[in-house]
Design a protein around this ligand. Structure first.
Ligand SMILES: Nc1nc2[nH]cnc2c(=O)[nH]1
Length: 453
C-alpha cells in the first residue's frame, strides 16, 4: 500500500472495445501519487479483502454510495473556447455566414484578456462539471489569450490541449481578426508552443500546445507549410477542420484541385498526433490516408446537423481503421456536454441508416450498416478520444490516469427511473449514458485529484 494514496471502491464501466464494455462490479481502483491506476481488483481477486482492509486502516478508502457509479472522464476532441460566449445562438444560418457575421467578430474580442479570462474560466468550470476531464481547444489568434486558456486549464486541473489559432491570409480573413502576417503567425505559434511546454512541467495532469491552422481557407500555403514544420520540430499535436461542409470542401478543391486531406498531408499536418474535426466529406482514399498517418477524426454530431450538410458515415470510417473521438464543437454544437454528443452520434447514425425521405422505398432510403450503438459512442468519448491524442486516458484500467466521474442516479433534482433493485448493470449503463444530467455528476477526478470539491 506504500505507493497507493487512494483506493476507490465501487461499480464502474469501461470500454473493452467499440462493441464491448467491462462491468466492474464492486471493484477496487488503487491510485498512486501520480494519479495513475496502479491496481484494479475484482472481489474474486485474492488480495481484494486485504487491500480493502488496509485502505480502511490507512484512511485511504473512498467508497461509492448505493446508486452511484463510476465512468471514465470524457474527452472532448473539439471545442472552440471563445465561442462559449455565443453558445445556443445564431445556428440558423450557413457556416460561411455564421463565421463572418457572428463568430469572427466575437473571437476578435479575445484580444482583451480580461474578457477572455471571464469566458474561459466559466467554460472550463462548466466542462469539468459535465464530466469532461480532457479538452482539445481552439482558442483565438491572440497568443496571450490563448496562453491564458492553457493556464486556466492548468490551474483548474483539467487536461487541456490548447491551440493558438492561425488565420494569416489577408484576402480571406477580416482586417480586425487575423494574424498580422505569416511570419508573425509562425513566430507567435512557436513561442506559444514553448510557453505551454514550460507550463506543462508545472502540472500533474498535463497541458499541451497544439498547432492549429483554423482551416485551409483561412491560411496561406506558406503558413500551412511553416506549421507542418513546427509540428515536426516540437512533436506536438495538430488540429484543424477538414472537409466539413459543401462550401468548405468545395473551396479547397477549387484552390488546390485536391481534398483537404491531401492538402493537409502535403503540408505535413497529418501526423500521429493530429485530430481533424468533422471530416464528413472524406473519400475512401482520404480515410486510408488518415489511417496511414495516424490522424483521428473528431466527430461532432451536433454541429454537423447544422453546418455539415450531411451525416458522416462514422461507423464505416472507424471500421476502415480510422481513429475516432467525439467533439461538442462549441458553439457550432450548442451543448457543452459530451453526453449530448454521445446521444446525437447515435441518433444521427440511425437516421443515416434508415434514411429520411419516405417517398423512397425503404431499401433505397438509407445507407446500410451505418448505425452505431450507445456503446460505440461511449467508446469514442473515452477510449477513442484518449487514443486519438496518444495519452493513457479513457479507461478505468491499470496504467491509465484516474480520470473519472461519479454519477449518482438518486440525486433529488434528477433521479433516474431505476425501480428494480436487481436491474442488470448493462441496462443501468445505458440509462447513465442517456439520462445523466449535470446534477447527477457528483464528483469529477482528473489524474487522481478531485476537481469539484
Ligand atoms: N464548425 C466550425 N467550422 C469551422 N470552420 C472554420 N472555423 C470553424 C468554426 O469555428 N466552427
Amino acid at each position: 500500500m506504500e505507493n497507493i494514496v487512494k483506493v476507490f471502491k465501487g461499480t464502474g464501466f469501461s470500454s473493452l472495445s467499440a462493441q464491448e464494455i467491462e462491468i466492474l462490479e464492486n471493484h477496487l481502483f488503487c491510485i498512486d501519487g501520480k494519479g495513475m491506476i496502479v491496481k484494479r481488483l475484482a472481489p474474486s481477486d485474492s488480495s481484494y479483502q486485504s487491500t480493502l482492509q488496509a485502505a480502511k486502516d490507512e484512511q485511504k478508502l473512498i467508497e461509492l454510495k448505493e446508486g452511484q457509479y463510476l465512468l471514465p472522464g470524457f474527452i472532448d476532441l473539439h471545442i472552440h473556447a471563445p465561442q462559449w460566449a455565443q453558445s445556443g445562438t445564431a445556428l440558423d444560418i450557413p457556416l460561411y455566414q455564421w463565421l463572418n457575421t457572428y463568430t469572427f467578430p466575437l473571437e476578435a474580442k479575445f484580444e482583451d484578456t480580461a474578457f477572455a479570462k471571464k469566458v474561459y474560466a466559466h467554460l472550463v468550470d462548466t466542462l469539468l462539471a459535465n464530466g469532461t476531464t480532457t479538452g482539445l481547444y481552439f482558442a483565438t489568434v491572440h497568443e496571450e489569450a490563448s496562453y491564458l486558456l492553457a493556464d486556466i486549464c492548468a490551474r483548474k486541473g483539467q487536461r487541456g490541449l490548447v491551440g493558438k489559432v492561425v488565420m494569416d491570409d489577408a484576402e480571406q480573413n477580416p482586417a480586425d481578426y487575423r494574424d498580422e502576417d505569416t511570419e508573425s503567425a509562425l513566430a507567435d505559434t512557436e513561442r506559444f508552443i514553448q510557453r505551454v511546454k514550460a507550463l506543462q512541467a508545472e502540472t500533474v495532469q498535463g497541458v499541451y500546445p497544439v498547432v492549429t491552422p483554423r482551416f485551409v481557407p483561412c491560411c496561406t500555403d506558406e503558413a500551412l507549410a511553416g506549421l507542418g514544420k513546427l509540428a515536426e520540430k516540437y512533436d506536438v499535436h495538430v488540429t484543424s477542420h477538414c472537409s466539413e461542409s459543401d462550401w468548405e470542401h468545395g473551396y479547397v478543391k477549387e484552390r488546390f484541385g485536391k481534398h483537404d486531406t491531401q492538402v493537409l498531408n502535403d503540408f505535413g499536418l497529418l501526423r500521429d498526433k493530429s485530430v481533424m474535426a468533422h471530416c464528413n466529406f472524406l473519400s475512401d482514399a482520404d480515410a486510408a490516408t488518415f489511417k496511414e498517418t495516424g490522424t483521428a477524426i473528431a466527430h461532432c454530431p451536433i454541429s454537423n446537423a447544422y453546418f455539415a450538410n450531411s451525416v458522416i458515415p462514422i461507423k464505416q470510417f472507424h471500421e476502415q481503421g480510422v481513429e475516432v473521438g467525439l467533439g461538442t464543437d462549441l458553439s457550432g454544437g450548442y451543448d457543452p456536454s459530451v453526453y449530448s454528443a454521445i446521444r446525437q452520434a447515435v441518433i444521427s447514425s440511425r437516421m443515416l441508416e434508415d434514411g429520411v425521405d419516405t417517398k423512397k422505398a425503404p431499401e433505397e432510403r438509407g445507407t446500410d450498416h451505418s448505425r452505431i450503438t450507445v456503446k460505440e459512442a461511449f467508446y469514442f468519448a473515452t477510449v477513442g478520444g484518449g487514443e486519438s491524442v496518444r495519452l493513457p486516458i479513457g479507461r478505468l484500467a491499470e496504467q491509465y490516469a484516474f480520470d473519472a466521474q461519479v454519477i449518482d442516479t438518486t440525486v433529488a433534482q434528477a433521479s433516474m427511473p431505476i425501480f428494480d433493485e436487481n436491474e442488470p448493470l448493462e441496462d443501468i449503463f445505458q440509462k447513465l449514458l442517456y439520462l445523466t444530467k449535470r446534477e447527477n455528476i457528483v464528483s469529477v477526478w482528473v489524474q487522481g485529484k478531485q476537481i469539484n470539491e
